[in-house]
Structure formats: C-alpha cells, structure tokens
Design a protein around this ligand. Structure first.
Ligand code: ATP
Ligand code: MG
Length: 290
C-alpha cells in the first residue's frame, strides 16, 4: 500500500543536512512511526515520474543492513523519501567507537554495501551520518543511490564536494564501487580514531584545499594510533585507502578480512548496550541526580 501525504504528521525534527530535512513522522494510515526526508527540488513533471520509477529499485532492497524504504513522493516541489525510523539516530553523534562496537558495526556496513553493490547500486555518500542504529542493536545504511544522485544533479545549491570523496572522483572520474570503498575506509578510520583523519590539526581549511590534499598527498599513517586494535582492522582500512582505485580492496576482499569474518553471528547486543548507555549518560548529564 502506498503512502498518502495528507496522512503524514511530522512529530519531531531529527536533523538536516546539505540536501534536506529529516522528520520523525506518524503515518496515520499504517499506524506506524517512520522517517521522512524532505528535499526541496524543482524538477519538471516528466523527470519526477522517472525519479519515482527509479526509486522502485530502492523499494525492492530487503536486507537487515539497509533501511526499509516505504515510498517516494513529490508534494509541492518537495521530494519526500519515507523510510524506516531508527530510534538511536546516526553513528555521527557517538564519537570514537570502542573496538567491541566497531567490529559489529563494520560487519553490518560492509554487508549492507555488498548487498547494494550486488544490485548495481552505488551508495555515493558513505559517512557516519548515513549509518543509522536502533536500540535493538541494528546497524543500517541510508541515503544511497537515487537520493544521492538527485542531490548531485538537481539541487542547485548543492556543490557536490565531500570530504569523503575518493581522489579519482575529485578529478572527475566515473562513480564506481571503488569510490564507495575509499569513503568506507575513511569512515571506519574516523570511527576508530574519534576525529576526521584527513583534517589538519587545529587548522580550518577550505573544502578546495582539502580536495587538493586528498588528490596530491599521501594518506597519513595511523598505525601507531591503532596499535591497541586488532591488526586486521588496520589492514582493512589501509586496503580501502589506496589512492589508485585499481589497487584498492574489492567487495570480496572486504568480506574475507579477518576483522569482518571472525565474529559470527554479529554481536548486535554490544551495539544495543552501547547506544542505550550513551543515551542514559546523556540524560544524566542534562539532569544531574541529587
Ligand atoms: P547529507 O545531507 O549529506 O546526507 P546528513 O546525513 O548529516 O547529511 P540528513 O541526511 O538530512 O543529513 O540527516 C539528518 C539527520 O537525521 C541524521 O544525522 C540522522 O541523525 C537523522 N536521520 C536521518 N534518517 C533517519 C532515520 N531513518 N531514522 C532516524 N534518524 C534519521
Ligand atoms: Mg544523511
């Protein structure tokens, strides 16, 4: 059954990014809480129907590591993406992840990406704010494929540069799986370190200067800072951050890495415990107990 836009009641603003605004929303018809991402896009109606047709691909994605997609709608020049609501938000807010949590998170993200790649869907925007978690310990990808293509090609204000962009993308190469793998490596390294690995310490740098460094400089060596972790993690990240896309890790290479295959079944309980205690600590710091 489709979604009737008049039966959507926005309950809470969850956040906004470069492309739009996300609400926690009540879908009255289905009596469920969903997430609705609103993007303001001026597109002619022929193009709208093509976009709606393309989102059918997303609707068919069914994986425990991919957000459930419910519907895409055009309402008053707004493009609405209705998806599953994840009650613990994105991984961006948690800062550095301990290895016991980073391990199941890495497995879920890599298996989610492999699911998309097998269906010829590039993610195009792999970063911590696009990995969502819930208090049951599930870890799922969002904001991929068509939605990202839309932002790049239609939203006039969107420049389309990102700190997570692979070197070959910066100098205008075609978007391929390998570019997603670069962004994955950068994101996993960021979650292990607790800071963005390519930023210069203390300096605020223009996006153009950062892009130039990504193309021209060597990737910094973080092996010392990761020495407390499983060596397979360092190896995983290094294989993703090879500047030549033809030498970078492949999807099957990622799935064979020891850090990824070692723990089966996936330890969702660790993720659940981590996010719930994070929120408990946050509440305690807002209202100190007397
Ligand atoms: P970008 O526009 O580049 O994707 P972003 O990811 O920071 O940047 P949004 O995609 O607009 O911005 O998302 C804003 C925030 O909304 C996210 O960081 C996340 O916390 C929250 N969010 C997005 N989708 C959901 C969802 N399905 N369930 C719960 N929270 C969500
Ligand atoms: Mg996002």
């Amino acid at each position: 059954a489709g979604i009737d836009p008049s039966a959507l009641k926005n309950l809470l603003l969850l956040g906004s990014g470069q492309s739009g605004t996300v609400y926690k929303t009540l879908d009255v018809v289905h009596d469920r809480i969903i997430a609705v991402k609103c993007m303001s896009l001026d597109v002619p109606s022929e193009k709208q129907s093509r976009i709606i047709a393309e989102t059918e691909v997303l609707r068919k994605c069914r994986s425990p590591f991919i957000i459930d997609f419910y519907a895409a709608l055009f309402v008053d020049n707004q493009f609405l993406m209705c998806t599953e609501y994840m009650d613990a938000g994105s991984l961006e807010q948690f800062g550095r992840l301990p290895e016991s949590v980073l391990q199941p998170v890495s497995v879920c993200v890599i298996r989610g990406l492999c699911y998309l790649w097998n269906r010829r869907i590039m993610h195009r925007d792999v970063k911590a704010s696009n990995i969502l978690v819930n208090t049951a310990g599930a870890v799922k990808m969002c904001d991929f494929g068509v939605s990202k293509e839309l932002q790049d090609s239609i939203a006039k204000s969107y420049v389309g540069t990102s700190a997570y962009m692979a070197p070959e993308r910066i100098y205008g190469g075609e978007y391929r799986i390998h570019s997603d793998i670069w962004s994955l490596g950068l994101m996993l390294l960021e979650m292990a370190l607790g800071f963005f690995p390519l930023s210069l310490p203390g300096a605020s740098e223009s996006p153009v200067a950062l892009m130039q460094r990504i193309v021209n400089d060597q990737v910094p060596d973080f092996r010392d800072q990761l020495s407390h972790m499983h060596p397979a993690f360092t190896q995983l990240v290094q294989s993703c951050l090879i500047k030549d896309p033809s030498l970078r890790a492949s999807p099957s290479g990622l799935l064979e890495n020891v850090f990824v295959v070692e723990h089966d079944p996936i330890e969702h309980a660790r993720v659940a415990l981590f996010v719930t205690s994070f929120y408990k600590d946050q509440q305690a710091s807002v209202q100190p107990q007397s």
